[in-house]
Design a protein around this ligand. Sequence first.
Ligand code: AMP
Length: 306
Amino acid sequence: MKLLVVGSVAFDAIETPFGKTDKILGGAATYISLASTILKVKSGIVSVVGGDFPQSDLDMFEERGINIEGIEVVKDGKTFFWSGKYHNDLNSRDTLVTEVNVLENFDPKIPDSMQDSEILVLGNLHPGVQLSVLEKMTSRPKLVILDTMNFWMDTAWDLLVKIIGKTDVITINDEEARQLSGEYSLVKAAKKIHKMGPRFVIIKKGEHGALLFHDDMIFAIPALPLEEVYDPTGAGDTFAGGFAAYLAKKEDFSFETMKSALIVGSAMASFTVEKFGTQKLQEVAEGEMIARIKNFKELTTFEVEV
Ligand code: AMP
């Protein structure tokens, strides 16, 4: 096992200016693991769902080679449900419903087959749960990647600071980085977040790309300009999954490799937004992904004489 993914496996109902879905498959761990399958990297999920979660979705995970031994099914419980509505610019959204359901009392159990995972991806969840996962690992994974959100800054600050202190890479969006650090400048924000623990700080800027900070080095990438953008849900999680899977594949966690991983993560996220939910991610083949990375290279490579 290369990647251990902890996070929500959920039902989402999404509304964007282009349409609306009923309850469909969602959740942070879902997007992260599906992204890793495109690079054919073995991952396993630790999560919890209710008796209402379709067997067909569990089968789909397995068919794609995702280890689901760590997905607990609470027969008489209901699966986590999230509903959101995007504004016209697709950059911001309102959460309409969050039904925590079985996630409320989630006590993650890590199957023996996943204890030797090289990379741990802690998807957006209560920081107390993220901490307990790290504590339950018999040996520390080589790399711990953490995703979080402003909700936990407002409601579980002390635990959040604790888990950030144990993390190697944090992925966070620009608004959240400002809230976490109290700094408007993202450069200053990244410096403060470094001091909290993570050696690598990734700040996601939605359709404006992403920044990677390490020591005094900064690497910046744009987002691919896309013709079709239907639903940004899960873009951040897909990015984290693609990023982690690339590092797992290369077995190298240097700044140079992380630069490439940032591009792979971004290319994968660009697929997610092209259709609702996980649909596009389930359709993408490795070749299509490679072609998109080439586009990325052409978009960002230039020579200039000064
Ligand atoms: P993103 O668009 O990357 O922020 O991630 C969206 C996914 O996060 C959706 O599929 C939701 O099911 C999931 N999600 C939303 N809120 C939470 C939460 N409080 N805890 C865990 N997962 C969540």
